[in-house]
Design a protein around this ligand. Structure first.
Ligand code: ATP
Length: 233
């Protein structure tokens, strides 16, 4: 589904990603973990076209994304929930959700919106409320719901658990698992390395812009190096 090849991304003189290779197969849930500043967000932004790589290539469903912008990709099923959620604070919850459907013209939109409300009843109770008044956890639900309404084939999630209470973290991870079980391919960037490894099929560890470890998530969970650096062992 996704192949990242020798990706380099720089901010001016700062090399944030240095020669990254990464593969995602259809239906997988893959986690990308690493310390602050390791280059995780930069990687996701390059994949979804928000940053232009200085070199390397990104292939999505076998085709290079070179020359395509962020605006071209949701229609192809490549959808991101950004760090900080990116909700439209001065629009209502219902309007935010409908923004997720802006590329669709099929007959299932209303039933899909109802499905999102059924999954997140707190959003339904507040559907006419301005999104900026929601709690952090509710905003994360909204961002996930909006992304799902775009019918993703590949969903990129940037730190969905950041700043949330333990109950909200559980809920959000439950939704990620459900989405993955429904066949959506997921690339999950997380600070919460333990949870990210527990739920993933495979994982990659990024350090200072370079991939240092990769493998089955269960194996990385038991790796002494990973335990010492990321799992507080
Ligand atoms: P975090 O977990 O803190 O979000 P991250 O792994 O997602 O970290 P990135 O945000 O990708 O890391 O940052 C990678 C490197 O690029 C860091 O050294 C960061 O300071 C730098 N960087 C990120 N955004 C910019 C920017 N807009 N301008 C300049 N440097 C940047």
């Amino acid at each position: 589904m996704l192949a990242v090849r020798d990706l380099h991304v720089a901010y001016g003189g700062i090399q944030a990603v240095k020669g990254l290779n990464l593969d995602l197969y259809e239906g997988e849930l893959v986690s990308l973990i690493g310390a602050n500043g390791a280059g995780k967000t930069t990687t996701l932004k390059a994949i979804c076209g928000l940053l232009h790589p200085s070199s390397g290539d990104i292939l999505y469903q076998g085709r290079s994304l070179k020359g395509q912008g962020a605006w071209d990709l949701p229609a192809q099923g490549l959808v991101m929930v950004p760090e900080g959620r990116g909700i439209f604070t001065r629009m209502t919850i219902d309007e935010n959700l409908r923004m997720g459907t802006y590329l669709r013209a099929d007959a299932d939109i209303e039933s899909d919106i109802e499905r999102v409300y059924a999954r997140f009843p707190r959003l339904k109770e507040r559907m006419k409320q301005l999104a900026g008044t929601l709690s952090g956890g509710e905003q994360q639900m909204l961002a996930m719901g909006r992304a799902l309404l775009a019918r993703p084939k590949l969903l990129l999630l940037d730190e969905p658990s950041m700043g949330l209470s333990p109950i909200m973290v559980d809920l959000i991870f439950e939704v990620v698992r459900e989405v993955s079980q429904q066949g959506v391919t997921v690339l999950l960037v997380e600070q919460n390395a333990h949870r990210a490894l527990e739920m993933a099929d495979r994982a990659y560890v990024l350090e200072s812009g370079e991939m240092t470890l990769s493998g089955p998530a269960a194996q990385l969970l038991g790796d002494p190096q990973v335990q010492a650096a990321y799992l507080g062992a």
